[in-house]
Each structure stands twice: as C-alpha cells, then as structure tokens.
Ligand binder design. Structure first.
Ligand code: NAI
Length: 340
C-alpha cells in the first residue's frame, strides 16, 4: 500500500499534481493538505475512477498529523509564488517558515517518507528541510529531493525551437546546479543525442533556460507562476525507442522503491549523503546541487558526475552558479540554526 501526500494541494501546482497522482496506479491513498480548500479538491478528485482513496485535510483538528501519518512520499508545493519583478529569493521570508513547519511535521509523523520539495526558493528550502530533519535526528539525504525537472523540460523545449526537433522530449539535456537564475546551468555539450547550438544563439538560449520562469510570471501578470508546465514537469513523457510512457517524479521514486532499476531523474540533493556525491561536492564547493540522480530502493542511490564534462563556456556559467548557490544554501541553513 502506498500513501502519497501533497502539502499545498489546493494551489496552482498542488491541484494538477494531485490530479496526476490520483490518476497514478502506483498510489493507493492520496492525502491532500493545505491551509484552505482541500475538502473541495478532495471531493472533486474522489469521483475519478482510479484506485487511490482521496482524503482532504486542513490545519484544524491536527490535520497535518492526519495527512502525514503513514505517508510513503510527501510532495510539497506549499507557499507563495512570484509576482512580476520578484526573484525566487524574494519568496524566502514567507516560504522558509512554511517549509520548516511542514518538514517538522514530516520529522514527527513520517520520518521515513521520501520528500520532494517544489516550494521556492528551492536552493534554500531544501537546505532548510535538511537542517530540520537533522535536528530531529531523522535526516536521510537519500530521501530528500529538490524538484528541478522543470529546468530540464524548458531546456528541451527551447533547444528544439532552435534545432527543429519535432519531439522535444526526445532530447536529453542535463541542467545542473540550482533552481534560480544564474544557478541554473544547462550543459548543452552533454545533450543526448548531441545538439548543435549556433554560437550567436548560445547566450540568449542560456538566458532563456535560466530565466524562463520570468516569462510565465510576467505573462500571468500577478496571477501566479508556472503551474501547468510545472505539473507537466512532474509528470513528463519519457520517450524511448518504441514506447511513449509517462512517469511523474513521484512515480519514479515509488517505482525505484519497489525495485525497478535504471531510473534516473535530475534533482537537487545533499551531495555528501548520496553515493558519488562527495567528489561532486569537492569539485563544486557546495553541498547541495542538482545533477542526474540514479534512483533505487532507498531513494537517491547515486549522483551522476557530469560536472567535470562541462566545456569551457559551461565552466564559466558554473563559476557564477557556485557563487550564488553558496549564499542561497547558507541562508537556508542559517534560517534554522540561527532563527531570525
Ligand atoms: P499557489 O499560491 O497557487 O499555491 C500555494 C498553495 O500553498 C496555496 O493553496 C496555499 O494555501 C498553500 N499553503 C500556504 N501555506 C501553507 C501551509 N503552511 N501548509 C500547506 N499549504 C500551504 O502557488 P503555486 O503557483 O502552486 O506555487 C507554489 C510554490 O511552488 C511557489 O513557492 C512557487 O514559487 C513554487 N514553484 C516551484 C517550481 C519548481 O520548479 N520547483 C516551479 C513553479 C513554482
């Protein structure tokens, strides 16, 4: 029996993500937690004829405990999104406390669950989660993931617009680093199959992958950030030679937990706690970093080191990434260790 929880389930990302998880044959029980509207979202989803039993929880009557108890996987898109002109870091003040509170609940009620953090700024909210779990003595780095898949999805789409690839998700373009501006580093040199980016288009393409989220925030004009493409990123198509299959990040983690091998997903993880991560931490000078992760029964089994494969142009991008990322990580750690 697999119990999945979405915290922030009534929001722009939370609702479509909950829908996708309700549709998943891998989920037996789906608990929706939010500070508002979960009874309605749960009632709506419960009419879908897939097996998962759906329940909605609010903070009253110990709702967080009810939602989290027995959870195998907790996906967190709770918090405020950006408005035009804001950076993800501007969200820190509000979202840091929200993530801290939810992770305290995880530490208490489902310390062994896989935790997928979507709430921004991911660069800082994942270190916050790690600190909270460490304090509670239940931190397992293999079970904590920052969701950066949308950056890869954007890279595939924007590259295909240049190369003319008709099936953009066939492109496999590693995007490493963090999930904000200059910390997002696409490694076009490592694309599979290889891609040819004309040199006069390189800078603007990198910029578009790094700041693609701003396009959506601006176009929505105050009414939110990327919700639908984010939900898709959580449930993207994986194309192989003959089949077109769909897996959400959450489903991939669950499949790997059940013993399926060969599953990878990019994610922002605590490197020293994941096999292969130490050498990447040494090379980058940061403990939290997004690279392709091989998933296994225990969660993040192996961090795949592609940092060393970056070409000269990409190395320059990486230098800028490390600088910003260090500050973002420290901010998250300080938030828990020396509360404001
Ligand atoms: P939204 O405002 O539509 O939804 C957020 C939901 O969180 C709301 O329903 C709100 O009631 C709920 N919430 C607030 N405090 C809560 C608490 N203490 N416990 C449980 N739920 C709580 O926002 P949206 O667009 O869904 O974005 C959510 C987050 O995801 C934002 O921080 C946004 O920046 C981030 N995001 C992350 C992406 C990624 O690639 N990792 C991509 C796009 C957005």
């Amino acid at each position: 029996m697999v119990k999945a929880v979405v915290a922030g389930a009534a929001g722009g990302i939370g609702q479509p993500l909950s829908l996708l998880l309700k549709a998943s044959p891998l989920v037996d029980e789906l608990a929706l937690y939010d500070v508002v509207n979960t009874p309605g979202v749960a009632a709506d989803l419960s009419h879908i004829s897939s097996p998962a039993k759906v329940t909605g929880y609010l903070p009253k009557e110990d709702g967080l405990k009810g939602a989290l108890t027995g959870a195998d996987i907790v996906v967190i898109p709770a918090g405020v999104p950006r408005k035009p002109g804001m950076t993800r870091d501007d969200l820190f003040k509000i979202n840091a406390g929200i993530v801290q509170g939810l992770i305290e609940g995880v530490a208490q009620h489902c310390p062994k669950a896989f935790v997928l953090i979507i709430s921004n700024p991911v660069n800082s909210t994942v270190p916050i989660a790690a600190e909270v779990l460490k304090r509670a003595g239940v931190f397992d780095p293999k079970r904590l993931f920052g969701v950066t898949t949308l950056d890869v999805v954007r890279a595939e789409t924007f590259v295909a617009e240049i190369t003319g690839e008709k099936q953009p998700s066939k492109l496999n373009i590693p995007v490493i680093g963090g999930h904000s501006g200059a910390t997002i580093v696409p490694l076009f040199s490592q694309a599979q199959p290889s891609v040819n980016i004309p040199s006069d288009k390189y800078d603007s393409l990198v910029n578009r992958v790094q700041f693609g989220g701003d396009e959506v925030v601006k176009a929505k004009d105050g009414a939110g950030s990327a919700t639908l493409s984010m939900a898709y990123a959580g449930f993207r198509y994986v194309v192989n030679e003959t089949t077109l299959t769909q897996h959400s990040f959450a489903e991939k983690v669950l499949k790997a937990a059940k013993g399926e091998s060969g599953i990878t997903e990019p994610s922002y993880v605590y490197l020293p706690g994941v096999s292969g991560g130490d050498s990447i931490a040494k090379a980058t000078g940061v403990d939290f970093f997004s690279v392709p992760i091989e998933l296994g029964a225990g969660g993040a089994e192996k961090a795949i080191d592609i940092v060393g494969k970056a070409n000269e142009q990409e190395k320059k991008l990486l230098e800028a990434c490390y600088k910003d990322l260090k500050g973002n990580i420290q901010k998250g750690v300080d938030f828990v260790q020396n509360p404001p």
